[in-house]
Design a binder for this molecule. Structure first.
Ligand code: HEC
Length: 256
C-alpha cells in the first residue's frame, strides 16, 4: 500500500467507538429485517453497467482502506466473502446502503452522491457473486431486498448485534428473556427511543429464551415487564445468550 493510502487508513483509526462499533443513527425507522416477502440479492437486483460504475467509485473512494479485493485492512473490515455474509446476512440492502452513505468514506463521510453510493453497493454485490439483472438498484425498494445465503433465510449469526423483545425473568440470580421474539439485526447498540419501543409493543410475543449477560444496572425493577433488549448474540447449543448493551421497557406486563 502506498504512503498516501496508508496515511489515509491510519487516520481512519480515530473515531471508532469503544469496542470498534461504528455508532450512527439510521435515517428514519429501520426496516423490519427478517420479513420473508420481497426479493433477495439472488434475484438480479443491479445491472452489470451499474456495477462497472460502482467499481470506479469503489477504486477511487473505498479501496484505499478496504483494499481493491475487498479483503480489508487495519480497522476497515473486509467487504467480501464469509465476512460480508457474517456482517450482513439476514439484513436488507437498505441498511447496507444507509450505513455506507452516512458513514463512508470513513475520513470524509457522506461526501459522495446518492448514485455513487448506490453504484458502490452494486459493485459490492457483484464482487460477492450475487447475479446482475436488467434493472438498476434504486433507492426505493432497498428495504425489501434481503441479503441472504444460497440456502435462503437463516437465523442471525453468532456475534451479530441484535434486538429481541420478551419477558424479563429472574432465574437463580441471573436474568432471562422469556417468550422472546427471535433475534433480528440492529446496527445501533443504544437504547431504543420511546417511539421505537411503542411500535414494538404491538408485535406478537415469541417463543424464544435468551440468557442475558452483563445487565447493568440491575434490572430487578423491570422483572415481569416486556422489554426490548439489544446486545451481541452468542449462539450456544446449551442456550443462546445476549451480551446486553441496552434495555428498554416496552410494557409493564409480559403479554401485549
Ligand atoms: C479512510 C478509510 C476508509 C475509506 C476510504 C472507506 N472506508 Fe469503509 N470503513 C472504514 C473503517 C475504519 C470502518 C469501520 C470499521 C469497520 O466497521 O470495519 C469502515 C466500515 C465500513 C462498512 C461497515 C459499516 C458498518 O455498518 O459497520 C462498510 C459497508 C464500508 N466501510 C464500506 C465502504 C465503502 C463502500 C467505501 C467507499 C464509498 C468505504 N467504506 C470507504 C474505513 C474506510
Amino acid at each position: 500500500m502506498g504512503q498516501r493510502l496508508l496515511r489515509r487508513c491510519r487516520a481512519a483509526r480515530y473515531g471508532l467507538a469503544a469496542g470498534g462499533v461504528l455508532v450512527a443513527a439510521l435515517a428514519g425507522p429501520s426496516p423490519a429485517a427478517g420479513q420473508q416477502d420481497g426479493r433477495t440479492v439472488w434475484d438480479g437486483v443491479y445491472t452489470a453497467e451499474q456495477a462497472a460504475r460502482g467499481k470506479v467509485v469503489y477504486d477511487g473512494n473505498c479501496g484505499a482502506c478496504h483494499l481493491p479485493d475487498m479483503s480489508g485492512s487495519d480497522e476497515a473490515r473486509p467487504l467480501a466473502g464469509d465476512r460480508f455474509m457474517q456482517d450482513w446476512r439476514e439484513d436488507t440492502l437498505h441498511t447496507l446502503f444507509v450505513r455506507i452513505r452516512n458513514l463512508m468514506p470513513f475520513d470524509e463521510p457522506a461526501t459522495l452522491s446518492e448514485d455513487a453510493y448506490l453504484d458502490s453497493v452494486a459493485y459490492i454485490l457483484e464482487f460477492n457473486g450475487f447475479p446482475s439483472g436488467d434493472r438498476e438498484l434504486t433507492p426505493d425498494g432497498l428495504a425489501e431486498i434481503r441479503i441472504e445465503g444460497r440456502d435462503g433465510p437463516a437465523e442471525v449469526p453468532s456475534f451479530a448485534l441484535v434486538q429481541v423483545v420478551g419477558c424479563l425473568t429472574e432465574d437463580g440470580g441471573g436474568w432471562l428473556l422469556t417468550s422472546s421474539t427471535r433475534a433480528v439485526r440492529t446496527r445501533d447498540p443504544s437504547a431504543s427511543t420511546e417511539d421505537e419501543l411503542a411500535a414494538l409493543g404491538s408485535r406478537p410475543v415469541g417463543t424464544r429464551t435468551f440468557e442475558l449477560m452483563n445487565v447493568y444496572p440491575n434490572p430487578a425493577s423491570h422483572a415481569g415487564h416486556r422489554m426490548a433488549v439489544k446486545g451481541f448474540l452468542i449462539r450456544d447449543p446449551s442456550g443462546d445468550r445476549i451480551n446486553v448493551s441496552s434495555l428498554g421497557m416496552v410494557a409493564a406486563a409480559c403479554n401485549p
